[in-house]
Design a protein around this ligand. Structure first.
Ligand code: RTP
Length: 148
């Protein structure tokens, strides 16, 4: 089944949004396969955002991600990469719809609370990067009530 990497950024942790964000993924019907709170070193943050290294905001982005602990998660379910991005909302909170995480909780693009993988291939790479120890494989009893 498809998996995605979701990360609550330092602003989301500091503002006490962890429980609310986890609830949204859980209530949708996705399954939690990995969860940890960690403080990120610069090397890991730079690797995660390597595709953006030429952008003018890259250093500020890395400084932001390493400024406090993040909550790293792996969520699983049918279409979780695309649906996860919908739950999160547009990158710039000024354009995120109300009802999305960024639409409800964020104002500035550089403080947009949460990250979600943008493709199945990115998810695979990001899960390997953030969870080298692996994830937890468990069978939920809710499966027959979520999938037809
Ligand atoms: P993310 O990777 O965090 O889920 O965000 P995303 O795919 O929606 O957006 P992406 O283009 O990959 O940008 C990654 C993060 O960089 C910050 N950003 N700042 N100052 C700016 O113009 C700017 N643009 C992007 C945001 O924190 C964005 O989430």
């Amino acid at each position: 089944m498809e998996q995605t990497y979701i990360m609550i950024k330092p602003d989301g942790v500091q503002r006490g949004l962890v429980g609310n964000i986890i609830s949204r993924f859980e209530q949708k019907g996705f399954f939690l396969r990995g969860l940890k709170i960690i403080t990120v070193d610069r090397a890991l943050a730079e690797k995660h955002y390597a595709d953006l290294s030429a952008k003018p905001f890259f250093n500020g982005l890395v400084d932001y991600i390493i400024s406090g602990p993040v909550v790293a998660m792996v969520w699983e379910g049918k279409g979780v990469v695309t649906t996860g991005r919908k739950i999160i909302g547009a990158t710039n909170p000024a354009e995120s719809a109300p009802g999305t995480i960024r639409g409800d909780f964020a104002i500035d693009i550089g403080r947009n609370v949460i990250h979600g993988s943008d493709s199945v291939e990115s998810a695979r790479k990001e899960i390997a990067l953030w969870f080298p120890e692996g994830t937890v494989n468990w069978q939920s009893n809710a499966h027959p009530w979520i999938y037809e």
